[in-house]
Design a protein around this ligand. Sequence first.
Ligand code: PHE
Length: 463
Amino acid sequence: MDKELHQQNGDGQVRQGDTARQEDSGTAERFSRSGFIFAAIGSSVGLGNMWKFPYITGQYGGAAFFLLFTICLLLIGLPVLMAELTVGRGGRGSASSSLVRLSGRKIWGGFGVLSIAGAFFITSFYTVVAGWTLHYAVLTSANALGKGTDFAATFFSFIGGWWPVAWQAAVMLITGWIVVRGASGIEKFNRILIPALLVILIIIMIRVLQLPGASEGVSFFLKPDFGKLTNESLLVALGHAFFSLSLGMGTMMTYGAYVDRRQSLGAATLAVGGGDLMYALLAGMIIFPTTFAFGIEPAQGPGLAFIGLPAAFSAMPLGWLFGGLFFVLLAIAALTSVVSLLEVPVAYAMERWRLSRSTATVSTTVLCFLFGLPSALSVGGAVGWLHWEGKSFFDWVDFIASNIILPLGGLMVTLFVGYAWKHAAQEAGLTAGWFRLWLFLLRYVAPVLIVLVFLHTSGIWSF
Ligand code: PHE
């Protein structure tokens, strides 16, 4: 590897001119340095941290799972995140053209389009759940959920009606309104909302930690019992590390294209990984104390946030305030992620069909909304009959995007930087030792683990 490293660095000199040309031919939009960090943390911190992470932690082993997740994040997640950012900045194009530009081979562009389709699919159903959070934010803060009512029935009758469509439309409109402003608009929005998110998390955490019985929840989350781990825990942890860091969907590649040449990608990777972990930790420090204090099952699955927690908040003094804040928090986390997801197909459309940003944004937003309609209505709503093999339309889109395209997209980037792109060293700007470690993880460790996750989540191989 040494010789190769030398070649890569040596070549770097020759490639300087190339890079300069790429700068000219690629996108001219740029994030400021801190703006990029906020935007990337905004992308990674989402419903994955606040909604999915707590219930899978509940299901797959509590604190031991959290530890496993942290290890997966560090060993596999961060190297792949770094790879996506490096490709994005090196190529200065969409998640498809950057790969072509850097490798000189068209075939990579096709793989890139797969990730872009994945981002489009995720946007279509993620905005549905984001819409639910907005609805609950309004309902809870208006104290309209009631006390001691059947929260499951309330939730199912809501998702079975037409309101989810209106809320999804609202989410799409807000997202489009931000994305149309380009990199500078995206950064401005995240710069305000990401610190706001932290403040809200801390306020709610301080409140719920004072509930009687909260400490049991804290120890469930932070005291590991390794006996609870299974093989499946590892695969779920790894899959979630990918989802949580927004990998495999072209998001970080697309954002990477707007990163300033002088920014350290290594430092940015650490900041985003650290931010993601911190927000997940804080979310856990809210959800587990709350569920334990009110005797709610933390492993109840997706219903935890919309059924279990509203029940808990309604039983708490000033519950409308903290419950309302909690759902505002979920909505903000979701919006900052949706913005990064929508940007992926928008950037592609601008480049591929030479559209202006506004035309690309409006058309992608409308298409996404239309494609998301059956998702909004298939979980008990007007097209509730749209089931196949026990999965609704919503479940299928989620399954194909999160369990199939996401690991394949992650594998693609790993192999691209590990084997196909010969000049990653220069763009990455790592010291020789770190570069070697990075390349080693990308070449030998990440691909094997990602393939295992893929076989597992796609249902091809269960063990
Ligand atoms: N990382 C986001 C979350 O945790 C979801 C996401 C996945 C966003 C893939 C962009 C791309 O919720």
